[in-house]
Design a binder for this molecule. Sequence first.
Ligand code: SAM
Ligand code: SF4
Length: 336
Amino acid sequence: MAQADTASRDALVDRFGRVHTSLRIGVTDRCNLRCRYCMPEQVEFLPRSEILTFEEIERVTRVACLLGVRKVRITGGEPLVRRNVTDLVARLARLPELEEIALTTNGLLLADHAVALKEAGLDRLNISLDSVRPEVFGQWTRRDVLPRVLEGIDAAMEAGFDSIRLNALAIRGLTEEEIGPLVRFARSKRLEVRFIEFMPIDGEQRWERASVLTGAEIRRRIEAEFGRLSERSRPDPSQPARDYVLPDGTRIGLICSVSEPFCEACNRLRLTAEGQLRNCLFSTVSWDIRHLLRSGADDASLMEMMRQCIRAKKRGHGTDDPTMLRPDLAMYQIGG
Ligand code: SAM
Ligand code: SF4
């Protein structure tokens, strides 16, 4: 039977009819920054033996492809601190069903890896950049390394990636003044910049509803300074951002995960660095696929676990509900 037939018959469809075609892979919980909204300064990292090997990640991805997964995003923690992560990209690029391999990075090691990642088959890069002002960047990330991140962005552009996007976190009372400089920076580089609402998955549990700088407010601020934002059509309805363009052509995205959740279009399955499947960033339940991998389970058992995980997915993540319980893991542990 052709792969496509297998995929459509066995597709990862949940109780609400959502078809899951995207896998987020956390490859490490370690990081070379300590962004205040993500990771505490002192962290106990997972021992190496608990982290999935590249062979194990490749196997999970291959099996997920049999169930219709077509896109992966490699993330973490900081994926570029995982030794030889380029080899993982190359392995995944050899899976015939995968149509897209993307990676989210803080950019700090990108100048060293950009060319090799491109050659290994990486298609898209998201680079997190919350401020282009060195002192603010240093306060947020607790590391004074903005110039190195900017070099990483330049290196990625020179390496010839078709799609490079900047991701900036938006927090009320902290980041309003970063929006204008970030838009100007993105314009000067001809890159898209996306602003992401602060979500309650911060390692220090400081999130509160009042600290969410909403997409609507960001939009007002951008329009006041740069002119009207026109909405762009979405080629992929499952992608979380609302896409806009400024009169000068600068592309802006708003990810309103808290104020306007986009759960009805969610198509993501998640694999944490320690080999746990999750069906949502905000879930508190895991499916231990590492145990299956390490106990000689066959592909059919892995598929069944993926199906169970997706069948248990809730309609929405609930961050718009004031009674929501906080997730048990922070963003760097789940794989943001
Ligand atoms: N280290 C890489 C990076 O920073 O791009 C990849 C992992 S990081 C967890 C992925 C994304 O999650 C980053 O863009 C970061 O801004 C975002 N993030 C982290 N904590 C967040 C939070 N509490 N709310 C919203 N986004 C968050
Ligand atoms: Fe590290 Fe990314 Fe979390 Fe910042 S957001 S601490 S770079 S994992």
